[in-house]
Design a protein around this ligand. Structure first.
Ligand code: AMP
Ligand code: MG
Length: 489
């Protein structure tokens, strides 16, 4: 096929509508009064096969605001359930619409979803809307995750609706267009297992396999393979979160994908000072989703997926349980392997060995003891600028540093090579909370998007050590109060 044959513009499928009807509800659009595009992701648009100028047209803005359906798309709200802070509930897209699935020029399929697009049968008491601040926040953090090389849903655009919404403070209403490999969640399976027939559950599992793991489709034990693969992808994903100090904040089972992408950025943030107990969400009073708990919570969520799949794994439920449990036991070792390799790379170690575990643990203990900034410490170790860390001059750190240097010398590679590995593994910039807040404040209050645009430029290139991005590595001046973020907005 020549390039001329590739259609630029929406090229939609509606594969989700092939699922049993209990899995979704088709929705008429919910128009808003005065939609305006405030931010568009040009690079992402192009990779989806969309024309950035066309996306700015009046018609397109109406589409991105949910005032009219996309050509070829069938808008629908997906049904799902979930354990929220450990409690099982019926959920579903209460403020989101799947517009369709875009076939990209390279033949991939991506969900196009509006978030903040109005009420659906799954809205419960909610207004179906979202505020500009939280939608821009998701835009920033998801783009940052993408830049960091972490699987994530992405943001194509944000429009303001022209209508205010009521939250703690009155906010401009906004709708974000979210792009995802799919929106299948652990909670989607919980929903089908609880309220669907076995055929419904099977249809959902086959859909997931066809979409994300097509090579399993003709395998007899494909549902066990599905479980094993989701376990693998989540182990890899959570290790990546831990390695950059990302705290999701609401790891409910409805916020964990089958594709292995990070989804639903609510009260999430990156850790500054290293403390494994860090928690940002204002509603997480027991620290269930604290930094150090994330791998355990992921395993807990995956066990809910395993339970949901039991009827498909084997007709003998005792046998099914045994197979699912065996699959589940692999999570900790898979996670640990990804994490150790990653931590080794952060320290310039190419092939991790047993003895490196204590080297890593000892460093983390020192970070904690001296209240060192997580990202900056690894950046400064990479640059050899020890004098800029709070660890300099500390006897125990200097001892650790000697052991580390000796370990590096055992590798038969040049110093330059080691430095390159460390630069690839230790970001210079993360979206620090005060920077994110500053960008949001300028955009929401002053309608000034320049701060946000600058931040996006920097965080989309987080491993660039040649940049003049030093300004973005500094901590907030006032670190007095703990940073809190809010969800349900
Ligand atoms: P989230 O916190 O975005 O993961 O949402 C959790 C659940 O609450 C999902 O079922 C959402 O659709 C629903 N939800 C959140 N905010 C609203 C809202 N303003 N109106 C209706 N449903 C909402
Ligand atoms: Mg959610």
């Amino acid at each position: 096929m020549t390039e001329d044959n590739i259609k630029v513009g929406w090229n939609l499928e509606n594969t989700y509508t092939s699922l049993p009807h209990i899995m979704f509800t088709a929705i008429n659009v919910n128009p808003v009064s005065d939609p305006k595009l405030v931010i568009l992701n040009d690079v992402l648009a192009t990779s989806l096969g969309l024309d950035t100028n066309a996306l700015k047209s009046r018609q397109s803005v109406e589409e991105l605001a949910g005032n009219r359906a996309l050509e070829g798309g069938i808008p629908l709200a997906q049904a799902y359930a979930g354990h929220q802070f450990g409690h099982f509930t019926m959920l579903g897209d209460g403020r989101a619409l799947l517009l369709g699935e875009q076939i990209t020029p390279s033949g991939e399929l991506f969900d196009i979803q509006l978030k903040g697009s109005g009420r659906t049968p799954y809205s419960r008491g909610g207004d179906g809307r979202a505020g500009l601040g939280p939608m821009l926040r998701e835009y920033i953090i998801s783009e940052s995750m993408h830049g960091l090389g972490i699987p994530t849903t992405r943001s194509l655009a944000v429009v303001i609706t022209g209508e205010d919404i009521m939250r703690e403070v009155v906010q401009p209403g906004a709708i974000m267009t979210r792009i995802a490999a799919s929106h299948l969640r652990v909670g989607t399976f919980q929903y089908a297992a609880k309220w669907g027939s076995i055929d419904d559950l099977k249809a959902l599992a086959d859909y997931a396999i066809e979409r994300h793991y097509p090579i399993f489709m003709d395998k007899e034990n494909r549902y066990l393979l599905l479980l094993q693969e989701v376990i693998e992808r989540q182990a890899a994903l959570i290790a990546k979160w831990q390695l950059v100090g990302f705290i999701h904040g609401v790891m409910n089972t409805d916020n964990m994908t089958i594709s292995g992408e990070t989804i639903d950025y609510g009260p999430c943030a990156f850790m500054d000072i290293y403390n494994p107990k860090t928690v940002f969400s204002s509603i997480d009073t027991h620290g269930r989703y604290a930094y150090e708990n994330q791998p355990n919570i992921a395993a807990w969520n995956l066990a809910r997926l395993a339970e949901s799949l039991l009827p498909l794994i084997h007709e003998d439920q005792d046998e099914a349980l045994e197979q699912a449990q065996e699959a589940m036991t692999t999570f900790p070792e898979k996670y640990e392997a990804h994490w150790l390799t990653g931590m080794g790379n952060k320290l310039g170690i190419f092939n991790i060995e047993e003895e490196d575990i204590s080297l890593i643990d000892n460093l983390l203990q020192l970070l904690k003891k001296y209240g060192a900034d997580y990202t900056n410490t690894f950046r400064l170790l990479t640059l050899g600028k020890l004098e800029e860390t709070v660890l300099v001059g500390k006897k125990d750190f200097e001892q650790w540093h000697e052991t580390w240097q000796a370990r590096l010398e055992k590798q038969e590679v040049s110093k330059e090579f080691i430095k390159q590995l460390m630069q690839k593994s230790n970001p210079v910039v993360i979206p620090r909370n005060h920077r994110v807040e500053e960008a949001l404040e300028a955009a929401v209050v002053k309608e000034d998007y320049s701060v946000l645009e600058n931040l996006l430029k920097v965080i989309s290139n987080p491993y660039d050590y040649n940049s003049e991005y030093l300004d973005y590595t500094s901590l907030p001046l006032d670190t007095s109060g703990p940073y809190k973020t809010f969800c349900g907005t």
